[in-house]
Design a protein around this ligand. Structure first.
Ligand code: 76U
Length: 473
């Protein structure tokens, strides 16, 4: 009978996992059809002698091949190749990922960033955070060993509900809070239970990720122009929308703060019809530099028409991935009915850590400190921008958030600016990212969204040199 040792089996098995190499070799021969169905394999002893390895090694390799069904065994006769195991093309190009899917290794060394998406990690209280994490491990072993509540641990929801009652006037029970790994996921869930025939209004300019998400979900999404108070109510009324996404505390990205008169108009629009809702995206309201934080739109609502969403991406770190939404009772009931099968989708350890971080005062201390720090940086950056660009720059001084809008007088197009920014290694976003529909740029002016959280003070002059080259050279 033809046996495996007639094949050119590799004789050099080295290193720690010899059995695995032998297994791979035989497997390859079976798949390529070099070993045919029902051919007999050499006995363990024969093969061990030939390959100068222990019988155990061969036994391990055969065991694995048996377990996966490449070979079978007949008592006292030996091992044979299983039928139906020939698959000649397998293995080739398996590891070859097409070039368009390959990710470049980060080469961020020389890059500077005016991104509005990051926070300043240099002042993050890691020690305190880790202490809270240790406390979470000590106190919650039982919960950590189980699947948690799909909306996140009750304790954390209770802490969040107390905190947003104090800081934002949000009126809710812990039951109404859904914690999730990112606002997009939460919005996707919330809108997943709505009728797809609905029109959804969003602010224009606005948050393109929500805009695209809603579009991809199949909704008809209508970008609504802003006036100097925020969303234009007349345009909203004529849009036929029953849902609106707004950022009243700090319009994204223009920074406008919606005055109470417009908030009341918006709430009145909502109660004109049953099942009309306002999604209040309160993504960075913790940063207000001259006034106290303005109460949320939800705090004015008496009819359960506002869905409030908040995030820890700006106050902690974007990578924390902890966001939450507050559902009015009717929507909560629908949510629970629809998602009764869903498992919790954030990390419990992170959520218990957050609970202690808020409870022991670390969170509010951090926000207070960051408010001072960011306000200092915002002022510094604005001063230096004015000094460098003189009357070629226009900025409205809105003391809030982690970014501001700046207009520059230049002939360049957004496409040219984005390309040149890449060359100059400066991360910066133009208004193009936020214009959801229409809106060509004004002649000779461009608008940039300048985030100041990430950039270090000492790097501002160099970043502005690069910006100058991007805009004018
Ligand atoms: C979030 C707006 C308008 C929500 C935001 C952000 O998922 O909780 C910005 C961009 O981290 P999440 O998102 C909160 N609503 O700007 C935060 N900004 C995003 C992350 F930095 C990205 O894509 O322009």
């Amino acid at each position: 009978m033809k046996q495996l040792d007639l094949l050119t089996l590799n004789n050099h098995f080295e290193g720690d996992f010899k059995y695995q190499q032998i297994y791979e070799e035989i497997k390859g021969n079976v798949l390529r059809g070099k070993l045919r169905a029902h051919e007999k394999l050499p006995s363990k002893r024969q093969l061990a002698n030939k390959l100068k390895v222990s019988i155990n090694t061969i036994a391990n390799a055969y065991e694995q091949l048996l377990a996966e069904g490449y070979i079978y065994t007949i008592e006292r006769k030996g091992y044979f190749v299983e039928s139906g195991t020939e698959f000649p093309d397998s293995g080739t190009a398996l590891n070859k990922l097409p070039a368009d899917l390959k990710e470049a290794e980060a080469d961020g060394e020389n890059w500077l960033s005016f991104s509005h998406m990051s926070t300043d990690i240099s002042l993050f209280p890691f020690k305190e955070w880790v202490k809270c994490e240790n406390k979470a491990v000590d106190n919650h072993k039982k919960e950590l060993s189980e699947l948690g509540h799909p909306q996140g641990p009750y304790q954390t929801r209770k802490t969040i509900s107390r905190m947003i009652a104090l800081s934002r006037g949000v009126d809710c029970e812990p039951e109404q809070i859904v914690i999730g790994a990112g606002s997009q996921l939460l919005i996707q869930q919330l809108m997943g239970i709505q009728n797809k025939e609905q029109v959804i209004a969003v602010e224009n300019p606005g948050y393109s990720r929500f805009y695209r998400l809603l579009n991809n979900m199949g909704f008809y999404v209508k970008p609504i122009q802003l006036d100097d108070k925020g969303i234009d109510i007349k345009k909203l009324a004529s849009s036929k929308a029953d849902y609106i996404f707004v950022t009243p505390s700090h319009q994204f990205p223009t920074g406008k703060i919606m005055p109470v008169s417009r908030r009341i108009e918006l709430l009145n629009w909502a109660i004109e019809k049953e099942k009309r809702y306002i999604i209040e995206d309160d993504y960075d309201s913790e940063f207000k530099y001259e006034t106290n934080s303005i109460p949320s739109l939800q705090s004015l609502d008496r009819n359960h028409r506002v869905i409030y969403t908040g995030t820890f991406s700006k106050t902690l770190l974007p990578g924390t991935r902890i966001s939450y939404m507050v559902l009015p009772p009717n929507l909560l009931r629908e949510y629970r009915r629809h998602y009764s099968d869903l498992m919790q989708f954030s990390n419990s350890l992170g959520l218990f850590t957050l609970h202690y971080f808020i409870e022991n005062g670390g969170y509010s201390r951090h926000i207070k400190r960051m408010n001072h720090h960011y306000e200092m940086k915002r002022r510094l950056l604005m001063e230096q921008l004015r000094a460098k660009f003189k009357d070629q720059v226009y900025m409205e001084d809105i003391p809030a958030g982690l970014h501001f809008l700046a207009q520059f007088q230049t002939e360049k197009t957004y496409a040219e600016i984005e390309l040149k920014a890449e060359e100059e290694e400066l991360e910066i976003y133009t208004m193009r990212r936020f214009m959801l529909q229409g809106q060509e740029k004004a002649d000779n002016w461009v608008e940039l969204v300048i985030g100041f959280a990430n950039i270090q003070e000492k790097d501002i002059p160099e970043a502005l040199n690069r910006l100058y080259k991007i805009l004018f050279l």
